[in-house]
Design a protein around this ligand. Sequence first.
Ligand code: TLP
Length: 339
Amino acid sequence: MSVIDFRSDTVTTPTTKMRSAMAEAIVGDDVYGDDPTVNQLQKLAADLLGFEAALFVPSGTQGNLIAIMAHCQRGDEYIVGQNAHTYKFEGGGAAIVGSIQPQPIMEGENGTLPLDSIESVIKPIDPHFARTRLLCLENTHSGRVLPQSYIAEATALARKHGLNCHLDGARVFNAAVKQKLNVKEICQHFDSISVCLSKGLAAPVGSVIAGTADFINTARRWRKVVGGGMRQAGILAAAGIIALTEQVNRLTEDHDNAKYLADELNKLDAFSVDMTKVQTNMVFAHLQQESTTALAAYLKQHDILISQSNPIRFVTHKDVTTHSVNTLIKHIRSYLLNA
Ligand code: TLP
């Protein structure tokens, strides 16, 4: 019996077509710029996202780090959400490697960074202060979509103060599909973006960053510095091409499954889910018990993996079907009966 894994969409396995494209990929040494499959992926990504150029990188974390380092210099700072991946979940990379100071601010109720908070932390040019250089947003953030009007306002405010704007678009295609928008309409507001191929899009490894040709040249240098220059990376890029061409539209199934899962959990007295926050492929469900450890252990015995946080984050993806959701609910019900 195969395991059903709700911990993240990073757990998706490559499709059969990806595996054969990987086996057949024409490769070269990408540090020399000689890998035709990597070049094809980069051209495809730049075109799809509406930027001049793109760069294939091993992970979303590295993509964000390189982008921040390409925008900022030592002693600069970037404004970022207190719960943003680029602040909270990347090991402090920008500070450690780039000597770039994060300026975190608390997200508002809907997950956006309040405009007055952004404005209040932009520092004047003064030797006492780090130089504020960059606004970093995240879309989707905890499964929530940033409203297009908000993105327009926040990036306009940043530009008014001479800041660049980077989007951690690890799941930007979820945001685009949800809003029935061409992804370019989201990207157009930013100077750069980082997009994960290895989450809902199911590639085994890799992200792309995109921006101007100059930005990507600088980013290529930083990619080398942090050890991300890969050689015959076309093997991985081949899967990335299929991720971008064949896996985007099906994200809507993940959104439907997340909504269904949230509705089913809300039918149980022990769970509560704020449905306004269920917008794409994530469900944050509060369990009215002291700990989620026993539930997670019980489900594991039935080959179902969940996160142990409370609220529990359930993530839907290609390898989770409506049937998987029903199986999860069935086992949660039997756990609650005996709890
Ligand atoms: N997120 C992972 C964990 O690291 C938390 C997950 O399971 O959601 N930006 C965002 C918004 C992300 O959610 C992630 C990964 C990344 C960047 C980093 O991507 P990778 O894992 O490729 O370094």
